[in-house]
Ligand binder design. Structure first.
Ligand code: EPU
Length: 456
């Protein structure tokens, strides 16, 4: 069994899926209401932040996704006592007895998550050392950790690369630092926040990521007692404090999940009300959704996304850091673009390998050309990054059911949408990978009237 299948099975087991394969009969519009809970990319980080407190933290609106289970297990092996459950959406995290974990245990869990790197700062403060095994996460590029390690060194940490992983110590404690990121990396910004809040003195971080999930993490840290100011031009100042307390926080909604279901509504010609979704964090997505010909109603409780009838229009998109168009939004939306009249272009500028999922769409009948070296375009708003690629999507094309093997989280959701749009039957395997980031997606498909069943 290859490691992808293994990861998918483990993820499926964590959230209690009956099987790792589902069979979908496509061609039905998805219609109905679903709940969008807290953002995977905030919740997992807020859980790590609980390590920094002297008292118990409470996190609400936690999604029941495999990545939350992985981080909970990683915290537990480091001595954090967890009560509540992802199923009910509330977790209490008690860090009174934080202790070192065995590297084999960390290794066993982290195969499917990049989160262990964010344990470094808090563990250095609490224990004076940290260990990171080989890092997993989605197979969407090299995903290096050089910015993280450079930031930790700037705080005074000593980094030893060993065959089994990376050993990090802080023999002289951690001191505030002046750090400028080469790129506004989400993870590296979180690393600096989680380390700087208890370092001695002031930290200045330039070229920081300012994604809404980062702002919500700053809100969590402020509740704990941290002093962090976000200045103009992507600069963040952190004044280190000696102690932090636990927090009580309701997580920001998952804008990636909301955008994914919105894309499913558009591609299938349906209508989905996403309870909990909010306009302000989704403005860039909403603009593109409207330009393609999708419609939405913004209500107090959430956002309804629907296909209002008529033809969908092509669009040119560049993925970017916030407030640009998120890289995580492009995969589900590309399925809708296969149904638009004309040629769309998606420039991927964040990761170097995020169009792998299109092979399966092509097999289903989509016309998509991937340009691995990127595409010149006189109207580009941002300078080119060397890693860029572009996908050119010509539509509309009929999609036909087939056998699909989910390659990663977001690509997997787009396979799911493609199977729901396609004529006939599709067998989708490795759906556990979708459960890494989409809470109760099977229950939601049922609620929305999809015609599917678990494979025997
Ligand atoms: N990068 C480096 N060196 C580093 C760190 C990043 O070169 O040390 C590069 C990456 O290779 C990439 C770019 O910087 O080209 C951006 O990476 P970033 O660090 O911003 O991404 P991340 O923190 O690893 C998070 C989310 C991703 C989301 C990105 C961008 C989590 C757990 N993951 O990743 O989410 O796409 O930010 O917003 O928060 C997903 O949810 O499916 C997902 C992949």
């Amino acid at each position: 069994m290859n490691s992808l299948v293994q990861d998918a099975r483990k993820a499926a087991e964590r959230v209690g899926l009956k099987s790792d394969t589902i069979v979908i009969n496509g061609g039905r519009p998805l219609r109905g209401t679903i709940d969008v809970r807290g953002a995977k990319n905030l919740v997992t980080k807020a859980m790590v932040a609980s390590l920094l407190g002297d008292t118990t933290s409470t996190l609400r609106d936690v999604p029941d996704i495999s990545d939350v289970h992985v981080v909970a297990s990683l915290l537990e092996i480091h001595g954090v006592k967890i009560s509540g459950s992802a199923a009910t959406g509330v977790l209490q995290l008690d860090p009174a007895n934080v202790a070192s974990a065995k590297s084999a245990e960390i290794d066993a869990l982290s195969g499917s998550s990049r989160i262990p790197i964010l344990f470094c700062g808090p563990l250095l403060h609490r224990l004076g050392h940290a260990f990171i095994p080989d890092l997993g996460g989605c197979r969407i590029g090299d995903r290096p950790i050089d910015f993280h390690l450079d930031a930790l060194r700037a705080f005074g940490a000593v980094v030893d690369k060993l065959p089994s992983g990376i050993n990090i110590t802080a023999p002289n404690g951690l001191r505030g630092a002046n750090i400028e990121l080469p790129y506004p990396s989400v993870g590296a910004t979180e690393q600096v926040l989680l380390t700087g809040v208890r370092a001695l003195g002031t930290t200045e971080l330039k070229n920081a990521a300012i994604e809404p999930e980062i702002m919500d993490l700053i809100a969590v840290l402020q509740k704990m007692g941290a002093i962090i100011s976000v200045e103009p031009n992507r600069t963040i100042f952190i004044e280190g404090v000696e102690t932090l307390n636990g927090f009580n926080h309701r997580a920001l909604f998952d804008r990636n999940e909301a955008a994914s279901w919105a894309s499913a509504a558009l591609a299938t010609g349906g209508s989905i009300f996403t309870t909990g979704a909010k306009q302000s964090e989704m403005m860039t997505f909403l603009n593109v959704f409207r330009k393609i010909g999708g419609a939405f109603d913004i209500e107090e409780e959430g956002i309804r996304f629907y296909h209002p009838g008529g033809e969908l229009k092509p669009v040119v998109i560049e993925t970017d850091v916030h407030p640009g168009f998120m890289t995580d939004w492009q995969q589900p939306l590309i399925v809708a673009l296969t149904q638009a009249q004309g040629t769309s272009i998606v420039h991927e500028t964040v990761y170097e390998n995020r169009f792998g999922f299109t092979d399966a769409l092509i097999k289903m009948g989509a016309k998509i050309e991937v340009h691995k070296e990127g595409l010149a375009d006189p109207n580009r708003r941002v300078p080119r990054r060397p890693l860029e690629q572009a996908a050119v999507i010509s539509g509309p094309t009929k999609l036909h059911g087939t056998d699909l093997e989910v390659p990663d989280l977001r690509g997997g959701f787009s396979h799911l949408i493609a199977a729901l749009v396609a004529d006939g039957r599709s067998t989708v395997s490795n759906v556990g990978l979708i459960a890494r980031g989409y809470g109760d997606f099977v229950g939601k498909l049922e609620k929305l009237g999809a015609d599917f069943a678990f494979a025997a």
